[in-house]
Each structure stands twice: as C-alpha cells, then as structure tokens.
Design a protein around this ligand. Structure first.
Ligand SMILES: Nc1ncnc2c1ncn2[C@@H]1O[C@H](COP(=O)(O)OP(=O)(O)OP(=O)(O)O)[C@@H](O)[C@H]1O
Length: 898
C-alpha cells in the first residue's frame, strides 16, 4: 500500500523530450530539512498537481557525447602531423641526408646519392639539430578534431602571426599514429563503398617533405594506403561468395610540367612511349593492367614508382616532381547476392600530389625551379577547388566557383572537386617551428570547413579577413618572411651561443645590452635589404610598363600620322570633286538657263503705263510704292538692257530674286503700294526697262539673291517733262543711280559671291559703275548685235504680267539685267571666256534715247500702231510717225548696227 502511495506521490515519468529554459528563474532552494518536513506534514493528495521535478532533471548526469562535426558526405578532411623526430631537413643540397627507404624500389641514381650522403658526421650534426628543434613545434594536437598552431616566437614578437586553433577535421592523426590508423579511419569507409560499387577518391595534400608519399605508399616496415588497400581488396574479394565475381584493374599515371610550358601526362605502367594524349578532362591511351593477386599489384606499383619523376631538393631528398594518380577499377561480372543489386564499375582513385614548396626554402634552381612553379600552381588550383567546394558545402546558395579548368589534374578530378563523388583528403603537415608558414597556409586552405579560433588575446585577428584573403596573405608571408624566418632561426641559435659564451666568460662584456645589439642590427639590415629588393623589383616592373606604354604610344602616333595623311588626301579629293561638280553645274546651267520674267503687280494697281503717262493726274501728296520683284528664272529671256543685274552665270539653280522698290513721287491717285514681282521668262521679252537692280550669283550653289531696290520716281511733271524731252538729264541719272547704289548697299546676299567672282565679273561690275547713258548705249549696241535687227516690240504675257509700267514713264535709272538666254550663254560668261572687255561706245544721251525709241518701234510697219498688253493695257506710248521719220529711224538703226 505504501508503495502504491509512494507511486501516486512520486512524479510522473520523465518525458522523452524535455524543454529546459536556458535561464530558469532562480529560486532559493529549500533546505533538505524543510523539504522533508513539509512533505511529511503536508502529504500530497492524489488531486494535487505534483511540482515540476526540476531538481531531479538537473541532477541527471547527461553523458558528454563527443562533439563530432557534421561532416558532409562527399568530403572529409583529415590531418596528419609528421613526427618531429624524423625531421630530415637538409642544410644544403650537397649535404642531403639519407632517409628511410620507401617500400617501393627507388630510382637508382637517387639511391646512389643517398648512399653518398650517409656520412656519419653529417648524421651527427643533423641529429643534434633535431634534438634542438624537437622541443619547438608549431602545431599541437588538442583533440581528435582540432589542433593549435603557434607561430614561432620571432613572428609573434613582430606581431605578424597569432596562435590559431583549427577545429572541425574529420580526424587528426597525431605524429605517433601508425599507417594502419590512417587506413582504418580514412580509407576503410571508402573501400567499403568501393567494394559495393561506389567510386571514391582520396588525396594527400601538403608541403614538400611533409609525408604525402609516405602516407600513400609508405615504407617496407610501414606500408601506406595503397599497399594496405590492395591487400584489403584481395582479402575481401576472397571472402565474397563465388557468385559475385569482381575483377580489378590497375592504372597509374603522372602529370608533370614540360619545361614549365604545359602539362603532360605519362603512363607509369606503359611501355617506352608512355606519353598520353589529353583532351580536356579525358586522358586517352592509359594502360589498365588487370590484377589477379596482391603480389602482381605490388610489383606493378613498384614499377610505376621507379618511373615516377623524383628529385632531390633541400626539403626532400626524394621529392616527387609530379602528381601521381593511381586508379583501381573494380568491374562486376554478375549480380550480387549480398547487395541484391547489379553493381556497376567503380573506381578508387588515390592521388599523391607533389608538395608545394617555397623557392627560398628548397633552393631550387633551373629545371627544379620550373618544376616547382608547376607544382605550386597545381597545388594552388587544387586548393582553390577545395576551398570553393568547402564554401559551397557550407552555403549552397552561394554556388560553386569552378577553378578546375586551370589544371589538368583538377579537370581530371572534376567530379570529385565538384562534390559529385565521395572524396577524402589528408593534409600532411610538418610540426617544426620553421614549418609554421607552410602549415598555416595549408590549414587555411581548408579553413572554410573548420572553425578557427584565435588564442591571441592582445590583438584578436579577424577571422573573416583570414578566410577572405588567404592567398594574399600567403604570398605576402612567403615573399617577405620566408628568408627572414630561416635567418631569424639562425639568429636565435647565434644568440643562444653568444649568451652561453657570455655566461661562461662571466662578464667579459660589461654591458649586457650589447649582446642584443648585433641581432637587432642584423634585423634592421635584413629589413633594409628586403625593402631594397622590393623597391628594385617594383621599379623594374614600372620600367617595363612604361616601356610598353612608350611603344604603344609610338604605334599610336604612327597611326595618327597615317590617318592624317589619308584625311588630307580625302579632303583634296573632295575639293576636286566639289570644283568639278560646280563647274558641271555651271555648264549645265549655262546651257539651260533661260531667264524668265514674271511681273506681278499686287494690290489694286490697275494703272497702265499709258494711263500713267497720259493721264495728267495731279499726283500731289501721294506716295506710291511700287515694288517690282523680278524673278529671274532659267527661262528668262527678257531684255536685260535696262535692268541692272548681275549675271547668274555658272550658278546652280540660279534663281535671282530681285525686288525693286520703286517709290513714286506724288503722282496719280494711286495710293497703294504696288509690288511688281517680275519673273523674266523666255517668252517674256517685254521691255525690262523697269529699274531693277540685282546681284550676281556666280558660281554659288543655290544662290538665290534677294535684292530690294527702291527707286524713287520723279515727280510726274518731271516725268512728263522727260517724256517730252526724252533725254534724261545727267543729274537725274546720277540721283537715281545714287539711290540705287544706296539700295544696293542693303542687298543681302546669301552666299559669298565676291569670293568666287572671277576678274571678268569684277570688270563687269566696274562696267556697271559707268554712267548710265554709256551703259545703256553699250547694252543697246550689244542687243542690237545679238538680235540681228530683229527687234520686236515687247510682249508681256497676260498671265505673267498684270501691269507693266512703261519704262519711259519712270525715265529713271536703267538697270541692266544680263539675259543669259539671248545667246547660248550669257554675255558676261562669253566675255569671261573671251577675256575681253566689252566694247563700249560712248554716245550722247540723246542717241541713247533715240535708240530706245527705235526699239520700241515696229520698224517693219510704216505706221506704228499702238500695241497694248494682253489685258488691253497699253505699255508703250504710240505716236504717229511720218514716213520721213520712219526712214530716218531705219537709217539710224542700220548705221548703229554697223
Ligand atoms: N609519418 C611519418 N613517419 C615517419 N616518417 C615519415 C612520416 N612522414 C614522412 N616521413 C618521412 O619523411 C620523408 C619525406 O616524406 P615524403 O617523401 O613522403 O614527403 P612528401 O610530402 O611526399 O614530399 P614531396 O612532396 O617532396 O614528395 C620520407 O623519408 C618519409 O619516410
């Protein structure tokens, strides 16, 4: 009963999952006495809610499980520390130390060197050094998954490095671990999968002499991964039942550099011509040897090792100079009863990479140095691939950066480096203090996978910085600190010896500070030297860059010169073409240019010339603006005698728009401004005695010239007087000429005519400056010559001319307009061509007027009948002439013509 009661009182069984608050509210715990007393005094009834057994839960001892990192399936990273006692640092290349033999036969030449190096004195020296350095290790094992990396004291003092803790390895093999340990932890799982038909790869990565080859191949006493794996394969195969038969093939090849220019693959199991053809990631012609037994396999491995490129360096007397790849392929012949599945071919790939090495440390020169560059490059690419894979596995969103294209090895191992197949990496490191930089670099390559802690409390280093710039930092350290590191080491030794000597001599040197001065000097010198080297290299690079720029500049200048030349040539060409075009156009124009005269009177002007002349209108206080616009088109055949215009010869689209403003003095009651645009057409042979002033458009494309000339008409009475006395007084002519000239000065010419005016034209212009009577006479003479006595009375077309002012009515300045259509080419052009000045005969004004009169007369008719416009308007003043006057006129005409 009591037990039942106890059960009812006792708390319910603990649930499988319990949520515990991180920071539970603190309560003062009751003393045991009070607790028991309370329990005894107030026993809990079955209805009471039991208190939460917080104390009991807290008192439960949870077994501390090992914090094993969550290792991604496709990649495992192991670390192996090389024991310090086997430190085999060779001081110089000539004093290479013998080393324990690998299990596989070695290159005879290397053997010979190794024998030579078995000098007891050297061995003694090395042993002593080993003992000295044994105590100082840069790496220490924390647990199975983490290590602490401590920089040498010298670097710590310089504050260049800090103590780092690397966590998160799949497993860390301490220095005293055996080869079997490595196999069990690292290879065994892969082999299991391999035997089930899953491919896998394991690779050894690390600096030169860190024990990669030792780990992969091992020695006679301590066989490495490959021999143990082969042993296990045959063991397992024999253990498997008969109905599951597997056959194994072995292929081994190496990738090495060809004089630093490219990568080449060589079959290590092939015959003499062992070079393999490489196409992207595929290696063709690789020999696969079937292996039936362990012995057979071991002998093949030994054979390959003999062929493998090795060399002696400062770091390693038998350093691998190539990347060696061993493929064991398992093919399944039948259905497996064990796995109940058809196994496919599986490949187990074991890679022994050539160790990255520092130039300063290895002392490599020539061919070795070239090899070293290749090795470092491949290691770097491999490291980059590894880093990006680790980062990708950490954060899948980021995407995998593909560096594998940069080397043949990484291309070949692409599937593994992209995480598509399982891979295990073993990083081998040397534990010596002098190996700190190599070790640090290697560990940082794998850092994205691991947690890195920094022990240095003084200056905690930014983890992210280390992650982000591992290469930059590495380069920096290698270039600047590598020589320093070894030197510092020597300095330490020297210093130690010095101190010992000083202690021994007991104060031979008075000042103890003097002891450190040589080393400090050395450090300063070293620093200066380094800076000097940096500056020298920098200036070299700068010089080269400047040189290249100079060359480029020269080339560019040459190109500019050539371009300029061609441009000049093109310009000349285009100029020539332009000139040709202009001449062509002008010639075309000359042929087709027939002036056309069109006269339009705007407004309400209905006054005919006759009316204006006849009607004695008291034109007082009336201002009549008569604007005469003469549009000279190509068909203009108007008589240009009285139109003072410049020629259009040689002008493309030579349309001369002439606007002449004729301001009439008080005259008829006509008050409206009259604009008379005169379009001189070929048919329009009307008397162009309107005072028109125009400008020439010579040789100017689309030279439309607007000329506005205001001609002030004289008072009507004066006009009448002029009619009576047709001879214009010189004053009148001069006045009107002045007026025209003043108007001419306002002429707006759209093109630069003067520039293109030939001399002949200038002469022509000068000619126009002659007194009006002379000009008129000249023109009359020319006209008479050309027309060959066929003087027709001007007919103004009805459609074109509404009002034609009688020229005589104005009796003002006559402006001549050359008529290009009178002949096949304009007179001026003709003159130009002939290069002659026109003949001029000065005649008195009376004769000029007489000639004009003659022109207006129809000589053929004895009795000249008045001829009006088409509009019935009289354009000329007709007077009945006597027979005698007609005869006289004819006679005069004949004489003039002569
Ligand atoms: N864990 C170890 N135990 C005993 N000896 C070792 C160990 N690791 C390396 N060694 C010895 O150190 C020497 C150099 O090792 P190994 O040739 O394997 O270096 P490596 O990394 O392959 O160098 P390299 O990249 O130049 O080829 C060898 O003589 C090897 O036997």
């Amino acid at each position: 009963m009591e037990e039942e009661k106890q059960k009812s009182i006792s708390p319910p069984p603990c649930p499988s999952t319990v949520t515990v608050r991180r920071n539970p509210p603190r309560r003062a715990r009751a003393t045991p006495y009070t607790t028991t007393a309370t329990k005894q005094q107030q026993p809990l009834s079955s209805h009471d809610v039991p208190t939460f057994p917080i104390d009991e839960i807290l008192s439960i001892q949870i077994p501390q499980s090992e914090t094993k990192p969550t290792v991604p399936e496709s990649l495992k990273i192991f670390l192996r520390i090389k024991p310090l006692k086997t430190f085999t640092k060779v001081i110089t290349t000539t004093t290479a130390k013998s080393r324990p033999r690998n299990v596989w036969p070695q290159n005879p030449s290397k053997k010979h060197i190794a024998k030579e190096n078995r000098n007891p004195e050297i061995a003694k020296k090395v042993k002593k050094k080993e003992e000295e350095t044994a105590a100082v290790a840069c790496i220490a094992l924390n647990d199975s998954y983490s290590v602490t990396l401590t920089p040498p004291q010298a670097l710590q003092e310089l504050k260049r490095s800090k103590t780092e803790v690397y966590e998160g390895f799949s497993h860390v093999f301490p220095a005293d671990c055996s080869q079997n340990d490595v196999y069990d932890k690292m290879v065994q799982p892969l082999l299991e999968d391999f035997m089930k038909g899953k491919s896998g790869m394991l690779a050894a990565l690390g600096p030169s002499g860190s024990g990669k080859t030792h780990t992969v191949f091992g020695t006679l006493k301590n066989p490495g991964i490959v021999p143990i794996t082969l042993r296990q394969i045959f063991k397992k195969r024999d253990a498997i039942s008969d109905d599951f038969v597997r056959s194994f093939n072995l292929s081994i090849f190496e990738i090495c550099s060809e004089r630093g220019k490219g990568e080449k693959a060589y079959d290590l199991l092939g015959g003499e011509s062992s070079e393999l053809s490489v196409q992207q990631s595929t290696i063709r012609g690789l020999k696969e040897v079937p292996i039936q037994s362990l012995e057979e396999a071991e002998s093949l491995i030994g054979q390959a090792m003999l062929k493998r490129a090795t060399a002696t360096t400062n770091s390693n007397s038998q350093s691998s100079r190539s990347q060696c790849i061993i493929n064991i392929r398992a093919s399944c012949n039948r259905f497996s009863n064990e796995t109940k599945m058809q196994s496919s071919d599986a490949m187990l790939t074991i890679v022994d990479l050539a160790g990255a090495e520092r130039e300063k440390r290895t002392g490599n020169q020539g061919e070795r140095l070239v090899e070293s560059n290749f090795i470092n490059n491949t290691s770097m690419v491999f490291g980059q691939c590894l880093r990006s894979l680790l980062e990708y596995q950490k954060n899948r969103k980021k995407g995998l950066q593909k560096h594998h294209q940069n080397s043949l090895l990484t291309r070949y191992l692409r599937d593994y480096l992209e995480g598509k197949k399982r891979m295990a990496l073993i990083l081998t490191v040397k534990a010596g203090e002098e190996d700190y930089l190599d070790t640090s670099y290697l560990l940082r390559q794998a850092s994205p996978y691991m947690k890195i802690k920094f022990d240095n409390t003084e200056e905690p280093c930014n983890k992210r910085q280390l992650k982000t710039f591992p290469r930059a930092e590495k380069n920096k350290k290698i270039k600047l600190s590598a020589p320093k590191n070894s030197q510092i080491e020597d300095i330490f030794h020297e210093e130690r010896n010095q101190i010992a000597q000083e202690v021994h001599l007991q104060g031979k040197k008075a000042d103890p500070t003097d002891r450190s001065s040589p080393s400090l000097e050395h450090v300063a010198q070293d620093k200066n030297k380094r800076e000097h080297i940096i500056m020298r290299n920098f200036s070299k690079v700068l010089w080269n860059v400047l040189k290249q720029y100079n060359e480029k500049l020269k080339v560019a200048e040459g190109e500019i010169c050539t371009l300029k030349d061609s441009l000049r040539r093109e310009e000349l060409k285009s100029l020539g073409l332009e000139t040709e075009l202009i001449s062509l156009k002008s010639s075309c124009l000359v042929e087709s240019c027939i002036p056309e005269v069109e006269a339009v009177v705007y407004g309400n002007e209905k006054v005919s010339a006759d009316e204006s002349s006849e009607s004695p209108v008291p034109s007082k206080n009336v201002n009549d603006d008569v604007r005469v616009r003469c549009h000279l088109s190509s068909q203009n055949d108007a008589e240009p005698r009285s139109v003072n215009s410049e020629e259009n010869a040689g002008i493309p689209s030579a349309t001369t728009h002439v606007e002449t403003e004729v301001t009439e003095s008080p005259r008829d009651q006509v008050k409206d401004a009259v604009l008379v645009p005169c379009h001189l057409s070929s048919q329009n042979d009307a008397e162009p005695r309107q005072s028109i002033s125009s400008e020439e458009n010579v040789g100017i494309p689309s030279a439309t010239t607007n000329v506005e000339t205001e001609v002030t008409e004289f008072p009507r009475d004066q006009v009448i007087q002029n009619q009576d006395d047709p001879t214009p007084s010189p004053e009148q002519v001069e006045v009107s000429q002045d007026c025209i000239n003043s108007r001419m000065s306002n002429v707006q010419t759209k093109s630069a005519i003067s520039r293109r005016c030939p001399d002949s034209e200038k002469q022509e212009r000068n000619r126009r400056l002659l007194p009006a009577p002379s000009r008129s006479l000249t023109e009359e003479m020319n006209d008479l010559d050309i027309k060959d006595k066929q003087i027709e009375k001007p007919q103004v077309e009805k459609g074109k001319t509404r009002v034609q002012k009688k020229a005589e009515s104005t009796k003002v300045q006559e402006i001549e307009v050359p008529n290009p259509a009178r002949e096949s080419e304009p007179t001026s052009t003709k003159k130009q061509r002939n290069g002659q000045k026109p003949r001029r005969r000065l005649q008195p004004a009376a004769s000029v007027l007489l000639t004009r009169e003659i022109n207006t007369l129809d000589i053929e008719d004895d009795i000249a009948e008045p001829k009006g416009n088409r509009g019935g308007k009289k354009t000329t003043v007709t007077q009945p002439r006597s027979q005698g006057s007609v005869t006289l006129l004819r006679h005069l005409t004949d004489n003039l013509h002569l």
